[in-house]
Write a protein that binds this ligand. Structure first.
Ligand SMILES: [Zn+2]
Ligand SMILES: [Zn+2]
Length: 310
């Protein structure tokens, strides 16, 4: 019997921890400064059972630390704080492509320059903005194959995990990365795998599930169908500009996965920034002064009508 495996790059390993809609909503609240169980329930609009289940999982994974004492809250560990880039790249995409109520209610302030800013994804060496077309991917020494296990929990949507009588507001970028199947389709497109049967081989999804994810990504304007033969029913799926702009989110997941899950063999994927010839290390930079954004020099400010610097 042949072993059915897929590429276990660090994106996959990272998604094993954070690729879940309720988990992403809880982490978002943690970065906004919420720590307590009741705050997660209220702010993320999730059912109590879902919050308690996901908090336990995040503690077990090492992303959150349990409350100390009766009145303490959950805190981000070093591993959890290191998801800051992922949070910023998600916010960056959201702000650019689907700004909404959730987006404008929180401002991001770079404390080093004092400006209210947008995060930008840049090469850590040459500081050029990261464009996937200027990055080469090669298999690294740690690339392994895994047999994917798709559990039911992973498919839980925001609607299913919402509190009774409420509708959880979820950005489509969270819905997308909260679903490992959709993310694998996007990963395939970024690595030059564009046809239905090739994506199916790369992801090992059942064809009906793959069809469903492709339909949703088409409806969201993340990918487009391009005919590749004279027969009009032969399509390949290519990323749109909106889809290509998800690249920094994937890179942030990859870098987080490399830092926390790579084995001694080395990283599973090697990225080269063709513009400068160096291994690509993405940094998230301030749109105002160009400095790198870190948890320590960045603040979220909920007061939109407040004293925005000029
Ligand atoms: Zn560069
Ligand atoms: Zn700045």
């Amino acid at each position: 019997m042949k072993h059915e495996t897929i590429r276990a790059c660090s994106i996959w390993r990272a998604l094993d921890v954070v690729g879940d809609v309720p988990v992403m909503l809880i982490l978002e609240q943690a970065f906004l400064g919420h720590h307590r169980f009741e705050e997660f329930v209220a702010e993320a609009g999730l059912a109590r059972s879902v919050v308690s289940n996901r908090l336990a999982g995040l503690v077990k994974a090492g992303v959150l630390a349990k409350p100390v004492g009766r009145r303490g809250g959950y805190s981000l560990t070093e591993m959890g704080r290191d998801l800051f880039q992922v949070a910023l790249t998600i916010r960056r995409w959201q702000h650019r492509w689907e700004p909404g109520e959730r987006d404008i209610s929180v401002r991001l302030v770079h404390l080093d320059c004092g400006a209210s800013i947008k995060p930008q994804a840049r090469c850590g060496v040459c500081r050029e903005e990261v464009d996937p077309r200027a990055v080469d991917w090669a298999p690294g020494p740690g690339l392994a194959q895994v047999t994917p296990v798709y559990t039911r929990r992973r498919q839980q949507t925001a609607a299913a995990s919402a509190k009774r009588g409420t509708r959880t507001m979820v950005d489509s970028v969270i819905e997308l990365f909260g679903d490992r199947w959709a993310t694998l389709v996007v990963r395939a497109c970024f690595t030059g795998i564009n046809r239905f049967d090739e994506i199916q081989r790369d992801t090992l999804m059942a064809t009906n599930i793959l069809s469903g994810r492709i339909e949703r990504l088409l409806a969201q304007g993340i990918i487009k169908a391009v005919p590749y033969s004279a027969h009009q029913d032969r399509f390949e799926y290519r990323l749109t500009e909106k889809g290509r702009d998800l690249y920094p989110v994937l890179l942030a997941l990859l870098q987080w996965g490399d830092r926390w899950f790579a084995d001694e063999k080395g990283p599973p994927l090697l990225l080269t920034h063709r513009s400068c010839g160096n291994p690509l290390v993405m940094v998230i930079a301030c749109s105002h002064c160009g400095g790198s954004l870190e948890p320590a020099n960045t603040a979220f400010d909920g007061n939109v009508s407040g004293n925005a610097p000029a």
